[in-house]
Design a protein around this ligand. Sequence first.
Ligand code: PGA
Length: 253
Amino acid sequence: MRIPIVAGNWKMNTSVAEAISKVESMKGPLEKIEGVDKVICPPFVSLFPLSNLLSSSSIKLGAQNVYFEEKGAFTGEISPLMLKDLCTYVILGHSERRGYFGEDDELINLKVRAVVKAGLLPILCVGESGEEKKEGRTEEVVGRQLRMALREVSLQPGLVIAYEPIWAIGKGIAASPEKADDICGFIRRVLQELYGDEGKETRIQYGGSVTEDNISSFVREENIDGALVGGASLEVEEFPHIVQKVAEAKGLK
Ligand code: PGA
């Protein structure tokens, strides 16, 4: 049985003080919800204070990016070793990193390997653009992104894949749950092809304009084990509601 997982990607939002205040507000409601893994991914500078605040909490932290080298002359970069004591997960391959910062499948693969080597867990994002969807290339694109990112990576039991169609991110227009489930099913088949039956146990999230109003329809689908939430994860009441709805839809509450 796959434990559902909801992660909040705060992107480039919140000062340290705002991050602390948001987590202080969400902590109580989130901790009451059992059976769902809860992850908050704030900006790097807030990881340290939040790791103290959440040291004995069931809420886990994730980073939004990392470099693949362990240390050295890489001005401005953060290494997996620096993150290891501060968080559990690292978001990799997000379409904003691919699009704005030119990250390609090869770089993402180096990052996945470095993260796994450091004992951290990737939340690996894959997803097609609106144009690729129109051209009927979703499976081709998502399949390539997965196979390249996971090249020479042994199966990590805690690995998370996030299916995020680029056209649905931050737009207020989510994918249809049935269509998202189809692609998550495809992802599961690729994982099985790469890792055998154990690969099928990997958790797959949907991401793209998830809110408290549409989350239930996604996680009721067979292949969707949770969500990667952007905008709505910054809302201190809505984010715990989303997690609660996941618990309800999966029959945990
Ligand atoms: P959104 O972002 O929920 O604001 O659409 C999702 C994401 O980019 O992870």
